[in-house]
Ligand binder design. Structure first.
Ligand SMILES: *Cc1c(COP(=O)(O)O)cnc(C)c1O
Length: 397
């Protein structure tokens, strides 16, 4: 079968592939501990579900405006006003089938063949492939562990060039959990001020932050960037609504209109019932978000402590999101089950076979010496999984 050149240039999502593998092993009766999930283990709250049931009964079962229903776009406008004092118009908002879809539409709308997009590594697995599908070129900038996996202003300045079309900022970051504070963002924004590129701020973890970290929007900090910044957001993580598929993009009207045009010729509007539920999620009582985040914080503290106590494992403390991303560099090159473990991928396979623990190897995040473990799973599973990994590591020679 002849397939397109485009499809040959990209790979399937590794995290989804691993989740499938876990289900397969469980079906065989194995007691597998899964640290791969990219979603909260909490259920969507009742107030949101009830809004959906109501919408269904009311007959919200038809096509909507491609860009999303007015009440949802207005709720998003209100959210940005409430959270960061940012003023957007509803023509500056596009609701899509998840944050991933919002990003996909955006890359399709802004990139021409050969346009570069700067991505600090470690990065979320989907950025490079989505950029390649749009004809663009991912330009990966490796960040350093000693800088907390944050791109520095110097590193950003060195990467910017006349072909740079956009810079992707993801704070808190998936997979590292690193977040940029006010000073970090101000410093980056001063560099970006001098370059005519777009800024894509993937803020899907804005509410999942720990200790006394404060999230700042780069647009609120530097209004001069407003006309070329697109904020990507999603209900998936904040409201435990991954399956509902609602995300959104907010930014300058011409870019939003262009992304809406792509959407109009592909998916049309996002699910009508989920859109009504999304209004409730954004405007209703926000207490449950805090409950979830406090629970994640307890688990983060446990998993990071456990990982750092393991021989050859070093884990930075995440400021947000729900992933631990330890370096396993000192373990690479050792032997396990008679095989030399030369890569994070080999090590992940070893953990799976030796300990029935599934972790995501760092290669596809642009970090060949790390593995990702989600802590959006119970404390009990975290303790049990860590016991098993620790025992497996002791068997390495
Ligand atoms: C989960 C995630 C998204 C989007 O998820 P959706 O379910 O499509 O809304 C976007 N960016 C990052 C970094 C993520 O982790």
């Amino acid at each position: 079968m002849k397939l397109s050149g485009r499809i040959k240039a990209i790979k399937p999502s590794i995290t989804l592939a691993l989740a499938a593998k876990t289900l397969e092993l469980r079906a065989q009766g194995l007691d597998v501990i899964n640290f791969t999930a990219g979603e909260p283990d909490f259920d969507t709250s009742d107030r949101i579900k009830e809004a959906a049931v109501e919408a269904l009964k009311r007959g919200m079962t038809k096509y909507t405006d491609v860009r999303g229903i007015v009440s949802l776009r207005e709720a998003i406008v209100e959210k940005y006003q409430r959270d960061y004092g940012l003023r957007y118009d509803r023509d500056e908002v596009l609701v899509s089938c998840g944050g991933k879809h919002a990003l996909y539409n955006l890359f399709q709308a802004i990139l021409d063949e050969g346009d570069e997009v700067i991505i600090p590594a470690p990065y979320w697995v989907s950025y490079p492939d989505m950029i390649l599908l749009s004809g663009g070129l991912p330009r990966i900038v490796q960040t350093k562990r000693e800088n907390g996996y944050r791109i520095t202003p110097e590193e950003l300045r060195a990467a910017l060039n006349p072909r740079t079309r956009a810079f992707v900022l993801n704070s808190p970051n998936n997979p590292t959990g690193a977040a940029y504070d006010r000073d970090d963002l101000s410093a980056l924004s001063r560099v970006l001020e001098r370059h005519e590129c777009l800024i894509i701020s993937d803020d899907v973890y804005e509410k999942i932050i720990y200790d006394d970290f404060r999230f700042h929007s780069i647009v609120a900090l530097n209004p001069r960037l407003r006309e070329r910044t697109i904020i990507i957001n999603s209900l998936s993580k904040t409201y435990a609504m991954t399956g509902w598929r609602i995300g959104f993009a907010t930014g300058p009207a011409p870019v939003i209109a262009a992304a809406a045009k792509i959407q109009s010729q592909s998916t049309s509007n996002p699910n009508s019932i989920a859109q009504v539920a999304a209004v409730e999620a954004l405007l209703g009582n926000q207490d449950e978000v805090g409950v979830m985040v406090r629970e994640f914080q307890r688990r983060r503290n446990t998993i990071v402590k456990r990982l750092n106590a393991m021989e050859g494992v070093q884990c930075t403390m995440p400021e947000g999101a729900f992933y631990a991303f330890p370096s396993v560099r000192s373990l690479l090159g050792k032997k396990g089950r008679g095989k030399r473990l030369g890569s994070a991928c080999d090590l992940a396979e070893f953990f799976l076979e030796e300990a029935q623990v599934v972790v995501v190897p760092g290669e596809d995040f642009g970090a060949a010496e790390n593995i990702r473990l989600t802590y959006a799973t119970s404390l009990e599973e975290i303790e049990k999984g860590c016991d098993r990994i620790e025992a497996a590591i002791r068997k390495l020679v």
